[in-house]
Design a binder for this molecule. Structure first.
Ligand code: GLC
Length: 775
């Protein structure tokens, strides 16, 4: 591509940098209406709007409303907030119970404090703009502040030290440390200051840039239009997520099958191949919940078609798969082949549903089907129409769709649609590029939800914007079978989770390039604990199904896929937590230990909930690694060895072992291994990691796994509190919800078995044969 030549440093870009930045000047007057404050500055209108006591929105517009740059991310409406106003000589103070906004009059500057007096945000330089419509804001940082979030980015967990751009881009290769941007845009950051977290969301559809290279400040810049950002008070990282997801919504519960093991390849090319794949999984007793149909299932890549030769009987294939407990997930790309004999193209042209230039000519670009047109997903009626096309799939029993190429990707120099294309009337592509994919995925999700009549749909997407988690799971695109990409997937998914995309994962085994047995084993081990668990591999590269590298590797891969199913009750309970609070299942250590500075920059370990820590093996030919243990005592899941916290250890991990550590006192629910989530659990086991003295809590959640009845309280939630004292454990169990589980809950102890067990005041005895008791 030309970016790799001198073209990249052509004078035009430099000239742009020389354009003058103009400050917005002093505040002339302030007008307040309850919780909204309008400030007239020399060169701009500023609005400060409290959405809640702990969320404030700031808009700064020097362009008289010329630019419309607000995205569809925010779905919350402001709540009533009491704001106390104080006027001083230099400006004003606006105070809620949780935040204080200090406005300096001359020149205009903002500072925002939390209720403990911690400075969250301060304009380090006056807010500036350029006549061409760009804006820039600079906020103060201290050298020890840590910045997380920004969605799907390469690099380590802490995003400082680099410039990050938001411009959804299809990057097949490479995904290097400096590769930016990728497929999604999340102009949102979580900043940790001495253990205090706050958040900032720059809600802006145009290209935006976050410059985090400086020691004492960061800037965010928009390429067009007014500034519009929200500040979240924190102070705990979990509070920030609760506040951010209050604004942009939370993930719905996925169907349980979406949490099982998924197998994909570009492509399983025939019906026969798919059947044989499923048969092999079953013959080898390897659990499997979904198989993907990549682009070869279509008739010359026309969406909403099957190739009659390769897939003559899709309905019976889907039925067959279902009988084996497997869902079939076809890919759907936005490009519609230009072909006057193809219904979807003709219908869309007749209805005027495809993207056009301002002069009315259709925009055409090359993708898999050759020359294609692109639905204008910014229009509501186009989303509806597109959604309706999905009856083609749902009528034959499909319940999951994979949206790809929706940045949108176009095979040309810019990699996407011409910026001059207009959407939904007169919005330029430059303006709405970053939300195009999200709008496609919204259409898919809502249509599926309607067509599946009460069943939960599963949608997977590559492109997205802040708020995408309301509709889809996200995978991190075209990685490679490199150890470095296994390593990279951890901070990438941790930061996606911190950006509210709780349900995410990377292609296990790596997409392009040739995997090998050792890499597949290590990647499957860690993939089993990522929220989304799919093995996917590109055309022309070594196959990487679990059995691809021989018996030894196959047995270990199988064991870890089984482990996924054993851990599903725990993961599913955490999904419910994400649905309720926004806190993701897969968490950086700092989310649980924000005051322990040793956790702040750990990119190669993560928590699954608040009591389990995973330390993946990310190097070849290696059977040991360094692990940091936060405070407390930690038990090795396999050997039961105890590690004292607030220290580092070198731990051994032969090829068949993923280092997993459970905190002393923790409780974790497990199921028995099964071949698919379609099989109901008869028994679950709550493993209690005993301790000498202390208290711990656990919430076990379950429901029917397929419908939306959980929204009406049809679930079971067990709040379990264990108090350990003098060889006795007291369980206090409270249950809510109306779902009747298919399982019985057994309790087993790991570590010293208590001599006395009391459940809600009643003494219990352990069954000698099973070493458990039924709760
Ligand atoms: C893109 C996707 C990849 C898919 C391929 C063919 O590269 O990222 O997952 O297999 O297209 O559809």
């Amino acid at each position: 591509m030309l970016e790799d030549t001198s073209f990249a440093i052509r004078p035009i870009d430099q000239a742009d940098e020389k354009e003058v930045w103009q400050p917005i000047g002093d505040v002339q007057k302030i007008e307040g209406k309850k919780q909204i404050f309008a400030l007239t500055c020399d060169e701009a209108v500023v609005n400060i709007h409290f959405y809640r006591g702990d969320i404030v929105r700031v808009t700064i517009d020097p362009f008289d409303g010329k630019y419309d740059s607000v995205s569809p991310a925010v779905i919350a409406t402001p709540e009533k907030v009491d704001v106390h106003v104080r006027e001083g000589e230099d400006g004003w103070e606006l105070q809620t119970k949780r935040l204080t906004v200090v406005i300096e009059r001359s020149p205009f500057r903002l500072a925002i404090y939390d209720n403990e007096g911690t400075l969250l945000v301060r304009d380090e330089q006056p807010v500036c703009f350029q006549a061409k419509g760009r804006m820039r804001c600079a906020h103060a940082l201290t050298p020890t502040d840590v910045v997380y979030g920004l969605g799907e980015k390469t690099g380590v967990l802490n995003k400082r030290g680099a410039v990050w751009t938001m411009w959804n881009t299809d990057v097949y290769a490479p995904h290097n440390l400096e590769t930016d941007p990728l497929y999604q845009s999340h102009p949102y950051m979580m900043v940790l200051k001495n253990g205090h977290a706050h958040g900032i969301f720059f809600d802006h559809t145009y290209k935006t840039t976050f410059d985090l290279r400086h020691e004492l400040f960061y800037t965010f810049t928009s390429d067009g239009g007014a500034l519009n950002y929200y500040v979240f008070a924190g102070p705990h990282p979990k509070d920030v997520l609760a506040q951010y997801t209050h604004l942009v919504g939370r993930m719905p519960l996925p169907p349980k099958w979406a949490l099982g093991y998924h197998q994909s390849r570009y492509s399983y090319e025939t019906e026969q191949e798919v059947r044989e794949l499923i048969d092999t999984f079953r013959a080898k007793h390897i659990p499997l919940d979904a198989v993907y149909l990549d682009i070869h299932y279509m008739d010359e890549y026309r969406v909403f078609t099957f190739d009659q030769k390769r897939f003559p009987h899709p309905k019976s294939l889907i039925q067959y798969a279902k009988e084996q407990g497997v869902h079939i997930v076809p890919i759907v790309d936005p490009g519609v082949k230009v072909d006057a004999e193809y219904d979807t193209y003709r219908d869309g042209v007749q209805k005027d549903y495809f993207c056009k230039y301002a002069d009315g000519t259709l925009y055409k670009g090359d993708v898999w089907p050759g020359t294609s047109v692109f639905p204008d997903f910014l229009k509501k009626k186009v989303r509806k129409w597109w959604g309706e096309q999905h009856t083609f799939y749902t009528d034959i029993g499909i319940e999951g769709i994979w949206n790809d190429m929706n940045e949108p990707s176009v095979f040309n120099e810019t990699k996407t649609m011409d910026e001059q294309v207009v959407h939904d009337g007169w919005k330029t592509h430059r303006q709405v590029h970053n939300v195009y994919g999200m709008m496609m995925t919204e259409a898919t999700y809502h249509a599926l939800k309607k067509q599946l009549k009460g069943k939960r749909p599963f949608v997977l997407t590559r492109a997205g914007f802040a708020g995408i988690h309301r509709y889809a799971a996200v995978w991190t695109g075209d990685n490679r079978s490199f150890w470095e990409h296994l390593e990279l997937s951890i901070p990438m998914c941790l930061n996606l989770g911190l950006s509210a995309v709780a349900f995410c994962g990377a292609d296990v085994g790596g997409f392009a390039h040739d995997a090998n047995g050792e890499l597949l084993v290590r990647w499957t081990q860690v993939g089993a604990f990522f929220p989304y668990f799919r093995n996917h591999c590109a055309i022309g590269f070594a196959r990487q199904e679990p059995w691809a590298f021989g018996e030894t590797y196959e047995q270990i891969v199988k064991r870890y896929i089984e482990l996924r199913y054993e851990w599903l009750p725990h993961l599913y309970s955490l999904c419910f937590e994400a649905y309720q609070t926004g806190v993701p299942m897969m968490r950086p250590l700092m989310m649980e230990y924000p005051n322990d500075r040793e956790t702040w920059n750990v990119s190669d370990q993560f928590m699954v909930g608040d009591q389990v820590m995973i330390a993946p093996m990310i190097r070849p030919y290696t059977a040991h690694r360094i692990v940091y243990f936060p405070e407390g005592r930690w038990i090795d899941y396999w050997t039961k060895e105890v590690f004292e916290g607030s220290r580092r250890y070198i731990v051994e991990a032969p090829l068949d072992r993923l280092p997993i550590y459970v905190k002393e006192g923790a409780m974790i629910a497990h199921a028995d291994v099964k071949l698919s989530t379609a099989m109901a659990d008869e028994q679950m086991t709550l493993y209690v990691y005993t301790m000498k003295e202390g208290t711990s809590t656990y919430t076990l959640y379950d429901d029917d796994g397929t419908t939306f009845a959980y929204e009406k309280g049809e679930y079971i939630r067990m709040h379990i509190r264990a108090t350990f004292v003098d060889h006795t454990v007291h369980f206090d169990v409270k249950t809510d919800g109306t779902y009747q589980p298919t399982w019985q809950l057994h309790v087993a102890f790991v570590g010293d078995v208590p001599t006395t067990i009391v459940v809600n005041g009643e003494q219990r005895v352990i069954d000698e044969a099973t070493n458990t008791f039924v709760l």
